[in-house]
Design a protein around this ligand. Sequence first.
Ligand code: AMP
Length: 213
Amino acid sequence: MRLVFLGPPGVGKGTHAKVLCAKHGLAHISTGEILREAVASGTPLGGKVRSYMERGLLVPDELVLQALRRRIAEPDAGAGFVLDGYPRNLKQAKDLERERVRVDRVVYFSAPEEALLKRIGGRRTCEACNRVYNVYFDPPAEPEVCACGGRLVVREDDREEVVRARLKEYAEKTAPLIEHYRARGLLVEVDAEGDIKTVYDRLENAIGKTGRE
Ligand code: AMP
C-alpha cells in the first residue's frame, strides 16, 4: 500500500499516519519530520531550510525532493508507505510521477479552520520520540512529559503567526492537489472532525475503497 496523506496543517495527518503505519507495517515518511530533524542536528540541509520553516513557508521543491529520494530508497519503504506532507504543490506531484513513485490512494483529510486552530493550539510534541499529544483531546498522563520520558514542547512553527502563514501556503499551493488527484481517480476523502478513534475508523474504511467508488 502506497498512500499520500493530504490536508491542512493541524488536521491530524501525522497522528493517523503513525497509527496506520504501525498497524500495517508501512513506512511513515513525513517530510516535515525529516526537515525538522535536519534543522535540529544542524546538517547542511537543515541550514538551507530553517528560515523557510520558521516563517511557515514551503521549502524549495528541489531540497525536499532530495530528502524524499533518500528516505524512499531505505529498505522499510519497500513494503509500502504513507507520504505525510508530500507532495505539497503541483510541481511536487509531477516530481513524484517523474520519479516513478506509484501511489495507490490519496487520502484527503478535511476539517474547518476553527477546528484546525484549536488543535494546533493544543499540540505538544515530544523532543525525544516525536510523539504528538494534544492538551485538549489527547493529553499525556503526566503534564508536559511523554510516555517515553521525553519533554513535550510546542513546535516552533505552531506559534499563531506562523500557523497563519502555513494555512495560507496550504490554501494557495497545496489545496489545488485535491482536484488534481480527484481527476486521476485516486482521491478518497475523510472527514477529520471528531475524536481520534472515530476519524481513524473512517480512514481504515476509506482506504478499503478505490478512489473511483
Ligand atoms: P509539516 O510537519 O508537514 O507541517 O511540515 C512542517 C514544515 O516543513 C512546513 O511548514 C514546510 O516549511 C516544510 N515542509 C514539509 N514538507 C514539505 C514539502 N513537501 N514541501 C515544502 N516544504 C515542506
